[in-house]
Ligand binder design. Sequence first.
Ligand SMILES: [Zn+2]
Length: 435
Amino acid sequence: MFAEHRSARFRPAVAAALLAVALVPAAPSVGRADTVQEEMSATERVVAELEESPVHVDPSYASAFPEELAQEMGQRITESGVPLRVLAVPLIEGGDWNGQADLMAAAVHDRIGGEGHYLVLDGERLSGHDFSTGSATQVSRGFYASQAVSMEMGYDAPVAERVERAVEVALSDDPEGIYTAADEQRRTGVSDWYYSLGPGTYALFTVLPWVLAGLALLGLGVALFRWRRPRRAPSLPQHAAFDNANQARRDELADRAGRELVEVGERVGAAVPAADDPTAVEALHQALDAHAAARRVYDGLPEEGALADIAGVLVLLDAAEDHINRAVRPSGRRRSTPVRSHCYANPLHGTVTKMTRWREFGGRGDVTVPLCAPCAGAVRDRRRPTVLPARHRGREVPYYEVPAEESVWAATGYGTLRKDLVDRILRGDHEAGPR
Ligand SMILES: [Zn+2]
């Protein structure tokens, strides 16, 4: 879509019409003409708004996105000289631009031309769209900004905060660098579908079709999973799933834990806390403690098994990263780097989670815990999510069913139920329980 758009030579109005026609090939001709009319006028409205300010907020966002904030943001963008535009518009499938953010950005940009970077907020989704004038040196500011924010803040932070941060990244000197740093943060304990993209992701981002695929996967990942999960065949009995998970991934995860332990250790060692800031010093201490706890668990790993412990190492390294990040940031920006919560059912699902009520959990009533989108979907459909296995008295059970006094992971839900996971490990609780 971007590639086609970039090379478009025809006039904008024609382009918009073609776009609309392509979208509704099966519609009767009268309906098609109406749709074209609507799309053009909706696009024109947005373009007219953008002439006043680079930030266009639909009235339906007034409470989530206060006017003063939009003005302040618009001023910052104008002063920066970067052709960045922010569109907060609710998109409805079958409505204007067929409810697709990239189509809206393309249609709007057709009227404006030149280099352009767009951040589109649609409901909870923030996406970035970039249009260049052909010069290879132009940075995909919108794309990197929206992706960095998804990785840094997940999907639960207030939309205004996410857009504010995205604007900050997009206007920065190095949006790609911020994105890369956020991506490195995310790598540990990443969920399976993210992980399957692999380290080649960077290279793929230079290929435009993959940028779209990336947007769809990363930006709309949560929605995608919600849509897909209920259609899957009922999951296999959990014990089989456990065995496979163990055999296939144990060594790979152990290697990764070892590598990342060294890398995070180097970063903690090199981190300099923000000057004259006791909170930053405290955060660095927490990073050191979390890393020390990870080291302690890792050094005690047996030759085989112990997937729950390996997962624990990765979770602790994520915590260490979060604390480093907090320590080195100026205090004003610290609230945008929260300590992330892993999926309670299986921390290897990553940190893109949402607090979710899990009913009749293990026959012990409800818990409200952070769950990743697939696990939250499973819970909603009354299925058990793919939980992390642990060995207990010769059997494989969900890790949280191991008695709390025998497992720091069960006792704390990998830090999601209780915040003293690091303290417990450093005082030796982990070694105390039978393994
Ligand atoms: Zn999960």
